[in-house]
Design a protein around this ligand. Structure first.
Ligand SMILES: NC(=O)c1ccc[n+]([C@@H]2O[C@H](COP(=O)([O-])OP(=O)(O)OC[C@H]3O[C@@H](n4cnc5c(N)ncnc54)[C@H](OP(=O)(O)O)[C@@H]3O)[C@@H](O)[C@H]2O)c1
Length: 271
């Protein structure tokens, strides 16, 4: 099936459902990418640190570049403006493409030259090496550091699922027209037994994962669930067809416990 697009404030159109690839590696990764492309996925989310660029490139052999929306990320150890282009060139070479559709700062650092790195990404866009850019895991403060310099952010990717909904960041992004990508949208699979989701799934004859993804799309969040089996790939893509009522959405909204599942020691969530 065709996945709908969201038009970013940069004008670029991004498929609202993508495939997360964290922890997918080697032949298993290549196979999932092939299955995903076959199922209709066009948006693939990776990162330098996932070490699967080469496996993804193998899986995308023969895929139409114009249809593909490829996202990768600049790891926090390379957050210096001089490191942006070499890291990007390395990613392009590994992924065997001439440009990325989106390049994101992975785990911004307050002392990490963030606005200069974003400025460099803007130059990479001018050069045609990326189509758009943004960050992951930033706080409002990180985002303000960039915007205060007159620079733009087009995408912000952060942890977002029914158990963890940070309304402040969401509202800030919406006000600044920064598209939101929900990562770990299925709570790493750990939220799928929640009684509200199981109940709704039963009532609507769908799976809990499909209910969560339908909720993300209803909220205008781009979602990038990771899935490894053809069944999960198919189920997740079919969530684009599910409509939730206002009442169903509010039941899912009520699940929030501000429970972050991803909190590495280098994160700056208190900045
Ligand atoms: N920017 C960042 O710092 C950052 C951090 C974390 C994640 N991410 C991105 O977000 C992506 C997704 O997050 P995630 O990998 O943490 O977790 P997730 O997508 O929330 O959950 C993945 C888990 O859900 C299971 N699953 C998938 N579809 C299912 C279905 N239909 N029914 C039941 N279970 C299903 C998967 O199982 P199977 O594998 O068995 O299908 C896997 O165990 C990552 O892969 C990565 O691309 C970005």
């Amino acid at each position: 099936m065709d996945i709908p697009y969201k038009k970013l404030s940069s004008g670029v159109k991004m498929p609202v459902l993508g495939l997360g690839t964290w922890k997918l590696k080697q032949d298993a990764c290549t196979k999932v990418i092939q299955d995903a492309w076959h199922a209709g996925y066009r948006h693939i989310d990776t990162a330098d640190v996932y070490q699967n660029h080469l496996d993804i490139a193998k899986g995308l052999k023969g895929a139409s570049r114009e249809e593909l929306f490829l996202v990768s990320k600049l790891w926090h150890e390379e957050h210096h403006p001089d490191q942006v282009e070499p890291a990007l060139d390395r990613a392009l070479k590994e992924l065997q493409v001439d440009y990325l559709d989106a390049y994101l700062v992975h785990w911004p650092k307050k002392k990490g030259h963030l606005p200069d790195v974003i400025y460099k990404m803007d130059q990479m866009m001018e050069k045609g090496k990326i189509r758009t850019y943004g960050m992951c895991n930033g706080t409002i403060h990180h985002m303000q550091d960039v915007l205060n310099q007159g620079l733009k952010l087009y995408i912000h990717q952060f942890e977002l699922h029914p158990l963890f909904v940070d309304e402040n960041i969401i509202q800030f992004c919406q006000m600044q027209e920064i598209a939101i990508t929900a990562y770990s949208p299925l709570g790493k699979g750990e939220i799928l037994q929640h009684p509200t989701l199981v109940d709704l799934a039963k009532k609507k004859d769908r799976s809990p994962a499909q209910i969560v993804l339908a909720w993300c799309l209803h909220k205008d969040f781009i979602a990038i669930p990771k899935a490894s089996s053809p069944l999960h790939l198919e189920q997740n893509i079919a969530s684009c067809l599910i409509r939730l009522s206002v009442k169903e959405v509010s039941l899912i909204d009520a699940i929030n416990e501000n429970k972050r599942l991803i909190h590495p020691d280098f994160a700056e969530f208190d900045y």
